[in-house]
Design a protein around this ligand. Structure first.
Ligand SMILES: [Fe+2]
Ligand SMILES: [Fe+2]
Length: 316
């Protein structure tokens, strides 16, 4: 997953001149301090994200709770997505979260809320369209991680979804706030260096470590923070099941492992799909995963659509 290098000259963030004058070790120290600073200044995620993670599985009560946790502008975006043709919204008008749950289902509404919340948080980020490959990969990874969580009976499908959605958020931060270093890293990659090695060499911190710090700041549970921070080095300690789900979802969406290779890898780790599944069930599941990957493109288009909202203000 590569981004297009912009033709215009990227603006230099404050402190860049100071970095240039410094000797290499001092420069890296300044960079790390700036990374930490940028993380501290990142917007927080809407409360509804944590509410989705912690809510009881009672859609009716939860719909009311969810509505109360969202501000009008976020709720309007959620309804707009639920009303889109993608969710079958040609012939009916959804005007409340409860109505959305009835019409498109609780699982779909939670996906919409989590995805919309993340885009809502970064709606001011420049170059959202230029970052499409990164966002799209994150959405693919979220949808696949959720399916893997279902196959391997992980407790929280929402946690798996959110882990996929946010696992590469560190790359977005590097691209947004350290664009000179971002392209330096890309050059090293093009010359054959491994991504994390290049990040270490240029920034002394990897996008996975940055992602761990951001998710910690956002108040994510420890198992999510740990899975994000170790989604490349497989060094999970808090909840290896979630760690493996995210790791293989990432590898699968990057095309680095096949469906059968992934099942085999899980089995070697002691995680097995339901024993009752035969080869035709496996074929259907593989087909579902491919469909989920295709769904990510449409979700990105919907989540970044800035056309005026035509819904009436949301009720509950
Ligand atoms: Fe990554
Ligand atoms: Fe990734």
């Amino acid at each position: 997953m590569r981004l297009e290098r912009p033709s215009r000259t990227k603006g230099r963030a404050a402190g860049a001149r100071e970095e240039e004058k410094s000797t290499p070790p001092a420069r890296k120290k300044i960079l790390i301090d700036r990374v930490i600073q940028e993380i501290e200044h990142l917007p927080t995620l809407p409360h509804v994200v944590m509410r989705v993670l912690s809510m009881a599985e009672s859609p009716k009560i939860s719909a009311l709770e969810l509505s109360k946790t969202m501000d009008q502008s976020l709720a309007a975006k959620v309804l707009k997505m639920a009303n889109s043709a993608y969710y079958g919204g040609r012939d009916r008008k959804i005007n409340s979260i409860l109505h959305a749950i009835v019409m498109v289902g609780f699982e779909a509404v939670k996906e919409i809320i989590l995805t919309t919340s993340l885009f809502h948080t970064f709606h001011d980020a420049r170059d959202v369209q230029a970052l499409q490959p990164l966002w799209q990969h994150s959405m693919e990874c979220a949808l696949i991680a959720k399916r893997l969580a279902w196959i391997y009976r992980y407790d929280s499908l929402d946690e798996a979804y959110l882990s996929g959605l946010t696992h590469d958020i560190g790359r977005l931060v590097i691209e947004q706030y350290f664009s000179d270093q971002y392209w330096e890293i890309e050059e090293k990659r093009e010359a054959g260096m491994d991504l994390l090695e290049a990040e270490k060499e240029v920034l002394e911190i990897t996008h996975a470590e940055i992602g761990g710090k951001i998710s910690e700041r956002w108040g994510f549970p420890a198992n999510l923070v740990d899975s994000i921070a170790h989604h490349h080095d497989q060094g999970w300690t808090v909840n290896p099941v979630l760690g493996k789900i995210l790791y293989y979802a990432d590898q699968f969406t990057l095309g680095q492992i096949t469906f059968s290779g992934m099942l085999e890898a899980f089995s070697k780790e002691g995680m097995n799909y339901p024993a009752t599944w035969d080869s035709s069930d496996l074929e259907s599941v593989e087909q579902i995963l491919q469909e989920e990957m295709a769904k990510a493109q449409s979700m990105f288009t919907l989540a970044t659509d800035k056309s005026p909202n035509t819904n009436s203000p949301p009720s509950s």
